[in-house]
Design a protein around this ligand. Structure first.
Ligand code: SF4
Ligand code: SF4
Length: 143
C-alpha cells in the first residue's frame, strides 16, 4: 500500500456497504440528546440492560447508563435499514454525509487502509494505491 495521502473521492461506497451497521457510542447518543438532534436520534435504537429496545429519541436521561448497544434502525418499524439514511447523493458519482458534523465515532474514525480492522479494498483511493478518508472522517475533504 502506498504511504502517501490522497483525498477521498466521495464515491460513498464505504457508507453504502457499512452504513446500515453503524453503532454509535453512548457518548454519541448523549451528545445528540444534549444538542437536540432528534432527526439523528430517531434513526437509532438502543438496547438497555434489561433487554428492552428503545428508540433513541425516546430515551430518558437516566436510561443512558443502561445502554449496552445501539444500532441504526428504521424509526417507524425498528427494522434494519438497507443503507445509511444520512448518505446524500449530490452528483452522478458523488455522495456526502448529511450529518457530517455530528457523525458517529465509528464513522469519524473510519480509515479504509487499516489492515485487519477496517480495511476496505474496494475504496477507490486504495485501488489507486493511495489513502483516503470516507465522507464521515474528519480527515476527509471539507464540504
Ligand atoms: S473512503 Fe474510499 S470508498 Fe469511502 S467514499 Fe472515500 S473513496 Fe469512496
Ligand atoms: S459517514 Fe455519514 S453517511 Fe457515511 S455511514 Fe456514517 S453517518 Fe452514514
Amino acid at each position: 500500500m502506498a504511504e502517501e495521502y490522497s483525498g477521498c473521492e466521495q464515491c460513498g461506497l464505504c457508507c453504502k456497504v457499512f452504513g446500515d451497521k453503524i453503532t454509535p457510542t453512548v457518548d454519541n447518543i448523549y451528545s445528540w440528546i444534549e444538542n437536540g438532534q432528534h432527526g439523528i436520534l430517531r434513526f437509532f435504537h438502543a438496547c438497555l440492560a434489561d433487554g428492552s429496545w428503545v428508540r433513541c429519541d425516546r430515551l430518558r436521561p437516566d436510561d443512558l447508563s443502561r445502554v449496552v448497544l445501539a444500532e441504526i434502525r428504521d424509526p417507524d418499524t425498528g427494522g434494519y435499514l438497507p443503507v445509511c439514511p444520512f448518505l446524500r447523493r449530490v452528483g452522478k458519482h458523488r455522495y456526502l454525509c448529511s450529518v457530517h458534523d455530528a457523525k458517529p465515532d465509528m464513522c469519524r474514525n473510519y480509515e479504509p487502509w487499516i489492515w485487519g480492522e477496517t480495511f476496505f479494498p474496494r475504496c477507490r483511493v486504495l485501488e489507486k494505491g493511495g489513502r483516503a478518508c470516507h465522507p464521515g472522517s474528519d480527515r476527509a475533504h471539507k464540504w
